[in-house]
Design a protein around this ligand. Structure first.
Ligand code: GLV
Length: 319
């Protein structure tokens, strides 16, 4: 059997796959271009991919032997799961492994945006620190503020748990109620309009689907408090990025902390880069050594199971 892996992985993960298949690893630091990917999947029985690879119908049409797509991420919006299902290809992802690490980063963005840390560090390095003064770099309090969580799944729940440590009040929206969050974290499920109106911080933790694409647009941003902060460590396209830029520029909301963008990498001429009141991270939500290693091992296990025709430890259901 043959497997194609679209980026170098920790050695133990590759060894696990090599035990059952001939493995080709894309040797470059960036993703394989579409043409190279198409060529590599031609005789592959298994594909281990990242969120930077587009796994769609035209690609699958080039992969007649493919029986498993194993994505090293929890979000699978880059994979056409329905098209895979039509071809009898199973799809795996890595939920669970990255939940707390991603919530840590989301909370770090919340804190950095509230307390103006990016701006403060840039100012200090540029020699702009004159003296201690009453309102110098004064930001927003986190403790006892209201956090609105959009999407109370695994990561949303962990975000809420962190927030409770800061005595924050939790509101959330979710397709289904989360009794555990309501019981243990005193979270209250509300409609999006109420969440936007009431929250001091709005943090996005929903997957990118047709229903959530552009969920936070000009209207939603206008409904937020002028002192509110938006955090996005989910997927960039959940937010209308141009509308967000305009809201931040005009101070219609106070600040944002972002890890994800409509286009990644964020182009260097993107207007967001001209603003002081946004903290920008390069999609590193799950980027701790331990978590990325765990994700690679789970992705390898999914791939191996698929190659063997066994149920995947973490299979994605086609909706
Ligand atoms: C990262 O963004 C992931 O979906 O795992």
């Amino acid at each position: 059997m043959r497997a194609f892996v679209t980026r170098d992985l920790p050695a133990p993960a590759l060894d696990r796959i090599r035990a059952v298949a001939d493995v080709e690893v894309w040797p470059e630091p960036g993703p394989p271009p579409a043409t190279a990917l198409r060529e590599r999947v031609r005789d592959a029985d298994g594909l281990l991919c990242l969120l930077t690879d587009t796994i769609d119908e035209p690609l699958l049409a080039c992969a007649p032997r493919l029986r498993v797509v194993s994505q090293m991420a929890v979000g699978i919006d880059n994979v056409d799961v329905a098209a895979c299902a039509r071809r009898g290809i199973v799809v795996g992802n890595t939920p669970g492994a990255l939940t707390e690490t991603t919530a840590d980063l989301a909370f770090a963005l919340l804190m950095a945006a509230a307390r103006r840390l990016g701006e403060a560090e840039r100012l200090l390095r540029a020699g702009g620190w004159g003296s201690w003064s009453p309102l110098f770099l004064a930001g927003l309090d986190i403790h006892h503020a209201t956090l609105g969580i959009v999407g109370m799944g695994r990561i949303g729940f962990e975000m809420a748990r962190r927030a409770r440590g800061f005595d924050m009040r939790i509101l959330y929206t979710s397709p289904r109620p989360c009794p555990e969050a309501e019981r243990d974290l005193d979270a209250r499920r509300v409609m999006l309009a109420e969440l936007l109106r009431e929250s001091d911080f709005v943090s996005l933790h929903c997957p990118l689907t047709p229903a959530t694409r552009g969920l936070i647009g000009a209207g939603e941003l206008a409904a937020m408090k002028p002192t509110a902060v938006l955090v996005n460590a989910a997927r960039g396209a959940v937010v209308d990025q141009r509308a967000l830029y305009e809201a931040l520029r005009d101070r219609r909301i106070a600040a944002a902390g972002l890890d994800v963008y409509e286009t990644e990498p964020l182009p260097l001429d993107d207007p967001l880069l001209s603003l002081e009141n946004v903290v920008l991270a390069p999609h590193i939500g799950s980027a701790s050594v331990a978590t990325r290693t765990r994700m690679a091992m789970i992705a390898a296990d999914n791939l191996v199971a698929g190659l063997r025709g066994e149920p995947l430890p973490y299979a994605v259901a086609a909706s």
